[in-house]
Design a protein around this ligand. Structure first.
Ligand code: CP
Ligand code: NVA
Length: 306
């Protein structure tokens, strides 16, 4: 029994396996509009402390297509650490369900669920990381280019949860990772050190110049400048991130073959222009759809032993 809390907990071969299963399930669904019911009678509990569109819908739909069921549990009802300790919730859910997916503010809460649950626990985003997003992104990149090794992903923006997970995913799958952030919004050195200790030979470059990052990027990636929970910093952040928008000028500085990704939700005119988002090089909606296909691969491996 394995959890999916951090990409670093998985070897390149294990990640490759999940991606391969996801690919097979996607192909099967595209051809027949149906998947085998490998999760028949299984239930996934989904706890959300923060809002969600993609994560909630992709896990719900993935469970349905694989023959199982899911339940959406709001923090207001469950009360992780307010109504009940995490370790009690973990054991109660494990007694009734076959898997737990949770989106929490504090990373410690998902780690606590994993410590105490005897069923797989999946990280559906914390303040620290967003591994399911990063792996769906990797799936999208591989689909587009046909390969991963040696490709460069340039993340333009905040050194946040998505950036951390992408850095490790790139490292594990032999891709270069370039992070361009304004001063004060870089990944903390302790995080860079941790990532480098997890993937010692990875090519990880940081810069404060988005144009430098773009010039040899195969993938230009961005995320909101104001993550969930940072709403009070919004005005300051919008000022501090000036010049870090993926717009037509920045895209023109990248190679012609570069694709643009964004985990969504996007704020047009801030971190990405409307023209780039809707343009020829955007693969953003294919990327969003791949959340569903990657979740299927992950659930199949964790809950059906594929
Ligand atoms: N990208 C992502 O995780 O979207 P949601 O917050 O809507 O789930
Ligand atoms: N960094 C963003 C990602 C949203 C999917 C956030 O945490 O709000």
């Amino acid at each position: 029994m394995k959890h999916f809390i951090a990409i670093a907990d998985y070897s390149p071969a294990e990640l490759r396996h999940i991606l391969d299963v996801a690919r097979k399930l996607k192909d099967q669904y595209k051809k027949t509009h149906r998947n085998d019911h490998i999760l028949a009678d299984k239930t996934l509990a989904m706890i959300f402390e923060k809002p969600s569109l993609r994560t909630r819908v992709s896990f719900t739909t993935a469970m349905t297509h694989l023959g199982g069921t899911s339940m959406y549990l709001r923090q207001e009802e469950v009360g992780l650490e307010t109504r009940e300790p995490v370790r009690d919730v973990a054991r109660v859910l494990a007694g009734m369900c076959d898997g737990i997916m949770a989106r929490t503010f504090e990373h410690e809460k998902i780690a606590g669920l994993a410590r105490y649950a005897s069923v797989p626990v999946i990280n559906g985003l914390t303040d620290y990381s967003h591994p399911c997003q990063a792996m769906a992104d990797i799936m999208t990149i591989e689909e587009h280019f046909g390969s991963l090794a040696g490709r460069t992903l340039a993340f333009i923006g905040d050194g946040n949860n998505v950036a951390r997970s992408l850095a490790v995913a790139c490292g594990r799958l032999d891709m270069r990772f370039v992070l361009a952030s304004p001063k004060g919004y870089e990944l903390p050195q302790s995080d860079v050190d941790r990532i480098m200790s997890q993937v010692p030979d990875m090519d990880f470059v940081t810069t404060a110049d988005p144009y430098e990052a773009a010039h040899d990027a195969d993938v230009l990636y961005t995320d909101t400048w104001v993550s969930m929970g940072q709403e009070r910093e919004k005005e300051q952040r919008i000022k501090d991130f000036a010049g870090f928008c993926i717009d037509e000028n920045l895209l023109a500085a990248a190679p012609k073959h570069t694709i643009v990704l964004h985990c969504l939700p996007a704020y047009r005119g801030l971190e990405i222009s409307d023209g780039v988002m809707e343009g020829q090089q955007s693969r953003i909606f294919q990327q969003a759809e791949n959340r569903l296909h990657f979740q299927k691969g992950l659930l199949a491996v964790l809950m059906a032993g594929m």
